[in-house]
Write a protein that binds this ligand. Structure first.
Ligand code: PHE
Ligand code: NA
Length: 585
């Protein structure tokens, strides 16, 4: 980014490749490896992923092109860009303003999670999974030494049945809608509360709709029960039939996994509930980010990206390969890729749209700002396509890396923001000595990916002060850093039970940082993106646009114009209005 721009005019990326690297660095971050897998888990997998992919293609990609185009034409960050192109302050400046605000909010929780990745890098260096592994092994040995044959068989039977029950649960959800389930629960409560249950039942069932629901649910429950009886017998026969040696081996594995899972959860919990520690790491991470943005050491970062990004990619591929040999792999693939309407949460569509913006760094001017540091008027479409493809690929691979582990260990995919910190160590623990190295690499690279994204977030806010208010670069970076860190305090204390914010969870149903993430990612980014799309499609002079895209066939430009004018705005408007409750879909 611009080091000495005051004297020499706006500085630019050294090469075309420099821009792609920086933009990809901004796009690929915690959004891909931390957030995408956990929201995919919370939103039920397949269908959510499909909607996300549609949003990427029809909304994200065209808006990425629009942002780079506007930034490059104006040679300014978002607030300045709209003023530059419109010859003064207009309503469009609001888009720029909202972008700066969204940047602050996103960065404020981003630094907390990035701080966790630093904490985990350090933990990995002292090989934190080793004691976990040792304790689990010792406790497993103790369990096996003190248990007789029969209780070991029973242990294995219970484990298998729990797995089956989990699968049955999702089967049940597929057959019975949420509404039916709620109605049935209310019906049961009313019946059991009545003085004369039989009479109450008869009276309530005169309602025809309710009667249908109750019949349907009871029939399915009946079926399930019979099925379960059959399965139970089957499992019992299977387990009692295996040899002693196999029994020992399987009990050992299951028990060890169960213990490791619990201990790894405790490790994350200790960090999450310690607000001061989270804040300390967030501070450290922020200091690094400010240092890079202020000092213009970004040239070094660009160069480091050339090595570290491919390394991250290779590491993820390695872990996907590892996952492919785990027992949970088939379940993971089907979870991520088979669309199942019954598992999608109602808020899933908005979340998928919001995440398409978040993951591609769109809707708040980050790509616009990076585009403004680009001089050569070449390769806008190809570059946008390349960045989008890379980002999407890494997000999908991250799911294929995490969920096989999740399912193999019987961990819930709905584990939430701690998912990546609680699943990856399971695998590293099992791999043993080499696992320590993989663990250091993984969390270290996650930290680095977060840094290159945080840079772009801070850059949007800082370059506003630099371009519009004539601040020096170090001043601007420091000021934005300090303010963001203040906003980050409540996010750091999100899980701390000793503070008011820790209780926010219980009172509000959502953590503080979930709440600000939701506000910024799912509302501000799509709204900002909508304004950018409308501006690029309907307001920006055609001459300016054509100057930016001289090198592509006209059908491609026309296609983009159609999508940015009609399709992308329409999709965003429909999703937002549906959420506001204007109409039912
Ligand atoms: N795209 C980044 C990620 O996926 C986050 C980000 C959002 C960066 C908005 C800049 C602007 O982690
Ligand atoms: Na991303």
């Amino acid at each position: 980014m611009a080091g000495q721009q005051k004297e020499t005019g706006r500085s630019h990326w050294k090469s075309r490749f420099g821009f792609v690297l920086a933009a990809a660095g901004s796009a690929v971050g915690l959004g891909n490896i931390w957030k995408f897998p956990y929201i995919t888990g919370e939103n039920g997998g397949g269908l959510f992923v499909l909607i996300y992919l549609v949003c990427i293609l029809l909304v994200g990609l065209p808006i990425m092109i629009a942002e780079i185009m506007i930034g490059r034409a104006a040679q300014k960050q978002p607030v300045g860009a709209f003023e530059e192109l419109n010859g003064g302050k207009t309503i469009w400046s609001a888009a720029g303003w909202m972008g700066v605000l969204a940047g602050f909010i996103i960065l404020s929780f981003y630094v907390v999670v990035a701080g966790w990745s630093m904490d985990y890098t350090l933990k990995s260096i002292v090989n934190f999974t080793q004691p976990i592994e040792k304790e689990a092994a010792a406790e497993t040995d103790l369990f096996i030494a003190t248990a007789d044959m029969e209780s070991m068989q029973n242990y294995l039977i219970d484990k298998r049945l729990a797995d089956q029950a989990r699968m049955g649960e999702s089967l049940l959800e597929r057959e019975i809608s949420k509404r039916q389930m709620d109605a049935f629960a209310r019906f049961q409560a009313a019946v059991s509360a009545a003085e004369d249950p039989e009479e109450a039942r008869r009276r309530l069932l005169t309602d025809e709709e309710l009667q249908q629901t109750v019949t349907h649910v009871e029939a399915i429950q009946q079926q399930m029960q019979e099925l379960r009886k059959g399965i139970e017998e089957q499992v019992r026969a299977d387990v009692t039939g295996i040899s002693d040696e196999t029994l020992f081996r399987q009990v050992r594995m299951e028990k060890r996994r169960e213990l490791v899972l619990a201990k790894v959860g405790v490790t994350f919990g200790n960090l999450y509930t310690n607000g001061w520690q989270s804040l300390m790491w967030a501070f450290l991470f922020m200091a690094l980010t400010v240092g890079v943005v202020a000092g213009g050491v970004s040239a070094g970062i660009e160069r480091a990206c050339q090595i570290l990004m491919p390394t991250l990619f290779a590491l993820i591929c390695t872990m996907v390969l590892y996952g492919a040999f785990q027992s949970g792999f088939p379940a993971a693939v089907s979870f991520v890729f088979s669309p199942d309407p019954s598992r999608l949460k109602p808020s899933g569509v908005l979340e998928a749209l919001g995440h398409a913006f978040f993951t591609l760094s769109l809707g708040m001017g980050a790509m616009m700002t990076y585009g403004s540091y680009q001089s050569a008027k070449t390769g806008l479409f190809q570059e946008a396509l390349m960045i989008t493809f890379l980002d999407t690929l890494i997000a999908l691979l991250a799911c294929l890396m995490i969920f096989p582990i999740t399912f193999s260990y019987g961990q819930e995919p709905t584990a939430g923001p701690g998912l990546v910190f609680m699943s990856m160590p399971l695998a590293f623990a099992e791999i043993g000595t080499g696992g320590m190295l993989l663990s250091i690499l993984f969390f270290g690279l996650l930290f680095f990916a977060a840094l290159t994204s945080a840079l772009s977030l801070l850059e949007v806010c800082a370059s506003y002060l630099i371009d519009q208010k004539d601040w020096s670069r170090p001043q601007a970076a420091l000021a934005t850093g300090v303010i963001t860190l203040l906003v980050a305090v409540p996010s750091a204390f999100d899980g701390d039970p000793d503070t008011l914010l820790g209780t926010w969870h219980a009172d509000y149903g959502k953590g503080f940082f979930d709440t600000v993430d939701h506000l910024a990612s799912n509302w501000m980014l799509p709204l900002g993106g909508l304004l950018i799309a409308v501006y690029a499609g309907w307001v920006m002079p055609r001459k300016l646009q054509e100057a930016e895209v001289k090198d592509i066939p006209s059908w491609m430009f026309q296609g983009w114009l159609f999508v940015i004018r009609i399709v992308a705005p329409a999709l965003v408007v429909v999703v937002l209005l549906q959420k506001v409750g204007i109409f039912d879909v």
